[in-house]
Design a protein around this ligand. Sequence first.
Ligand code: PMP
Length: 360
Amino acid sequence: MRKLFNFSAGPAVLPEAVLTQAAAEMPDWHGTGMSVMEMSHRGKDYMGIQAQAEADLRELLDIPAEYKVLFLAGGATLQFAALPLNLLPEGGSADYIDTGVWSGKAYSEAQRFGTVRLAASSKADNYTHLPARETWQLDPKAAYVHICGNETIGGVEFQQTPDVGNVPLVADASSHILSRPLDVRRYGMIYGGAQKNIGPAGLSLVIIREDLLGRARKTMPSILDYGKQAENDSMINTPPTYSIYLAGLVFQWLKKLGGLAEMARRNEEKARLLYDTLDASSFFRNPVAKADRSWMNVPFTLADEALDAAFLKGAAERGLANLKGHRSVGGMRASIYNAMPLEGVQALVDYLKDFEKTRA
Ligand code: PMP
């Protein structure tokens, strides 16, 4: 058993059972005499690992057959740069919903490649809630609408998939993918970096509806072309094989625990415990509107900023690691992804109460 609870926003805690299994299998995978890291990506053993990972992911998220699943190198940042090159035709336009740092970055990046519109924003309220759906100024002719499903820094999450009519909805799901069921059919494309709920940083996932492939611009690198990647089983070049293997172990772990319905039950319970404690306190505060609060990333502040350092020091002494908030917002942030057990959140809640008693 590990001795601390890691609340990092990402790279983040992974299931201990997965790490233990990976450690045992690392030098010699299933008696092959080779580490997965050493296998040819075109060999039978590795191809089997990747195919199994894809099959398990499809089962977990109930991904329909008409969607392609890509395992790509490069983080979510590469995918939100590749997105307009794949889906925004020359002369076309795309809509972006601005709900915080990550949707903002995706919007800025897309501006480099074409016409993009800010269809809604909650910036004026410091991103403490999602912009109400009725306020979105959507263009029915847009090539796609982009949202960030869960803002890792602000702690704001879409609790429901927004209705955007017939325009394909594209979501950055980096920090909440696999935390609960998701109706993939409502999306044109879902993408995300792996380093929160899936595996090692540097791997990303793209789930894209087949009819959206083949729209890529001619002048773009083939490696970024989702259509070409789909035709080549994500193997235009050598894929991040070891990361995909680890992701596959995480998918198996999720299936064994009961899949995403069970993860949703656990994640809601953890989130409720933490938010209830923050709300009951007059010393700690979470700024996000209740209806839009993230189950994965919980930012909070202390009534007196001067106590931040003491809070973090005391937390570290209890084995509660990486609670410092993002440098852009300060304060604290507890990221409570799939692999964070309820006991970790309970330990944090106990600490919050003790700290308030002695310092408030
Ligand atoms: N989107 C979201 C929601 C994120 O949380 C992050 C990383 N924290 C990114 C995109 C960027 O991911 P990467 O560093 O893998 O490019």
